[in-house]
Design a protein around this ligand. Structure first.
Ligand code: NAD
Ligand code: TYD
Length: 349
């Protein structure tokens, strides 16, 4: 397999590449294409590059660049695509949606066109999407693969558009696509703008922990390695043209989750239990804030035998440990220091 991974220097892409090469039965080649936005850090994979020189290649490129991407497909004889690259943060999409439209919609369209032109060679185009395309649930019910799309934010609307394009390329051109719509991921290497790493790092520094609104919004938390296993299962065994919802079976109100993190930090740093909770600060709500996400993951369980394995308390403890054990990564990411390294290393990006 010559596997093109887009966005492999981001949170989930990094974990996916590491997992494939160190924990799964992957024997092919991975070509990681990433534009190295603020969220893309190639330092995440420098050890992998050294350890697997015959199986891993990094190509700095923008998925919107038609000529460059076509050249990558041809140079590496790409037969399988796992498409993670995206602008991924809802709050940024509210402030500045342009990049979301370009990367998430036009970038995906570009990859589909390049794959279509090489259809005979393509075995699978897997598109990684989000449960946020379904919009908000009330107190009851679950997102199924058949739930109508009703995105609320520019981020989720751009992901919804990309999902429609991917399905259309299967229906119209017979491109062998699969899609996954997953819930909120957490784990190592997540950029500290998202809820869990932001709370961990602020808690360590004894800074305020900003909870939007009343903290009663519900998310379904999925440990990133469980998600990586689901994506690989779908690429290997999923049926062409199908969508699979992937969830952690772990619904929590934001406030409950933040309190769990606070207590984990107290335990880890030897603070008196309850001390870190004093940092919780309720702030103005996010506009268009979806109340509740919850995934019905019955299809992937029945069809592919996948279920999430990581229990939330163990996953949060492992995530806290990772952030505490990697202060250099944290400092460099927070200060943007790795961007200077990128500029030296990849002068043309
Ligand atoms: P991330 O923001 O951490 O990483 C995105 C990566 O894509 C970065 O490395 C960035 O440099 C790269 N990228 C952005 N624009 C690019 C472009 N034009 N060309 C090439 N590379 C580009 O995101 P993530 O959390 O790892 O999410 C990965 C995928 O999973 C996204 O498609 C996202 O919508 C989806 N997803 C994420 C979550 C989550 O909880 N993180 C949940 C559901 C779905
Ligand atoms: P986030 O990690 O941004 O993921 P998403 O918006 O894609 O679900 O946010 C998760 C939840 O946490 C969401 O309900 C918004 C909330 N939140 C806060 O309360 N405070 C914060 O500082 C952030 C970043 C998020």
């Amino acid at each position: 397999m010559n596997l093109l991974v887009t966005g492999g220097c981001g949170f989930i892409g990094t974990n996916f590449i590491r997992w494939l090469l160190t924990a799964a039965d992957f024997t092919g080649k991975i070509i990681n294409v990433d534009r190295l936005t603020y969220a893309g850090n190639p330092e995440n994979l420098t050890d992998i590059e050294k350890k697997f020189p015959n199986q891993y290649i990094f190509v700095p490129a923008d998925i919107c660049d038609k000529d460059k991407m076509a050249a990558v497909f041809d140079a590496h004889d790409i037969d399988t695509i796992c498409h993670f690259a995206a602008e991924s943060h809802v709050d940024r999409s509210i402030v500045a949606p342009d990049d979301f439209i370009n990367t998430n919609i036009l970038g995906t369209f570009n990859l589909l066109e390049i794959a279509r032109a090489r259809k005979a060679r393509i075995e699978r185009f897997h598109h990684v999407s989000t449960d946020e395309v379904y919009g908000s649930l009330g107190q009851n019910g679950y997102f199924k693969e058949t739930t109508p799309y009703r995105p609320s934010s520019p981020y989720s609307a751009s992901k919804a558009a990309s999902d429609h394009l991917v399905r259309a390329y299967h229906a119209t051109y017979g491109l062998p696509v699969t899609l996954s719509n997953c819930s909120n991921n957490y784990g190592p290497y997540q950029f500290p703008e998202k809820l869990i790493p932001l709370m961990i790092l602020n808690a360590v520094d004894e800074k305020p922990l900003p909870v939007y609104g009343n903290g009663k919004n519900v998310r379904d938390w999925l440990y990133v390695d469980d998600h990586c296993r689901a994506v690989w299962d779908i690429i290997q065994q999923g049926s062409v043209g199908e969508t699979y919802n992937v969830g952690g079976n772990c619904e929590l109100e934001n406030l409950t989750l933040v309190e769990m993190i606070c207590d984990g930090i107290d335990k880890k740093l030897g603070r008196s239990i309850g001390k870190t909770r004093d940092l919780i600060t309720f702030v103005k709500d996010r506009p268009g804030h979806d109340l509740r996400y919850a995934i019905d993951a019955a299809k992937i369980k029945t069809d592919l035998g996948w279920t999430p394995e990581t229990e939330i308390k163990a996953g949060i403890a492992a995530t806290i440990d990772w952030y505490l054990e990697n202060p250099t990564w944290v400092t460099r990411v927070k200060s943007g220091a790795y961007r200077e390294w990128i500029a030296r290393q990849y002068a043309t990006v």
